[in-house]
Write a protein that binds this ligand. Sequence first.
Ligand SMILES: [Zn+2]
Length: 370
Amino acid sequence: MRSIKTLTAILIAVAACAPTPDNDSAVGEPRTLEDPAADTDGVTRVLVYHDMEGLTGQSDPNTFRFGHPERYAVGRTYLTGDVNAVVAGLFDGGADEVHIVDGHGSGNPEPDLLLDQLDERARLISRDEIFDAYVDLMEPGMYDAVAVVGMHAKTGSGGFASHTFTLGIDFLLNGMAVTETEVVGYSWGRVGVPVIFASGDDRLAADLAGPMPWVEFVTVKTATSASSATPRPVSDARSELQATASRAMENYGTARAMRLAEPVTAQLHAVPPADLSMLAAVPGIDYADQRVTFSAPDFRTAYDGLVGLVTVARGGYASVMSETGRVMAGPRFGPTYSDALFDRWLDFESGRWTTPESSPAASGMFHGFR
Ligand SMILES: [Zn+2]
């Protein structure tokens, strides 16, 4: 049994080597890093998230937007090429099974990936109901590692199409502004699964160097602004994607699973075109400088709260919509919109208008953030 004297000595030693706390975060570490959970089924299974902003050959933002069909068609070829290179590398490095999930959300009801050109050893996850690719797939014992392809840097980092979750949104977890790659990492860290591989631009490489140094990263282009980039030659970058994914797979046991300290302090920070200032005067809400902060018992509750606040912050998009309306409809836009609002109010108040049934749940197959 350890004597009190020894315990006191240990406590003093711990206090002596503890880092000086920041002004506002005197409590413990914001997260812990752990060894990957042991493989329980003897099958080395990897989940690949694809996004569509950090692709090889890509320098035009319209290539990841479903609303620009000609450019988007080109983006799909970049995407499929990069995913195939990574899938090949993962198999080279010892994976037995590779599953892919759409982490992009182009708006295309069909997968962004060109399935007829996808490596036939891999399969795209689809479900018969809507799911959130970041948080709803998590299941202990299913996957041994996660790889992410075609990712982008976080909001404010100056990367190509840099953002977090959606336009004008910045997520902070326990005081750390996070990339989507880290959101995936903290989600899978709940069941001990590490992120082992990522690809994207030079700014994402910088974003991940601090928080996820074990991740094998391939820089496929250099961002020159949020809407421009200088891509590497495609064949060079693709060879490196394959070789690096293979190395990541061989060494996945040395990667780290990331787990947030609980309770989780979550903060949503809005920048244009999003806006949170409508919450400034609401009592009980911790608001300052376009930031709303709350405490949640765990990662999932924090994530769901952030997603709820995103809906509020997207209220800021309305200013762009009214600018667009004025451009398209001219001076009649304001009065027409005002009449429509008044009609809705008077119709509802008169019993002539009722809230429509929420549209019937979309049916079919869902493959992630479509
Ligand atoms: Zn993304």
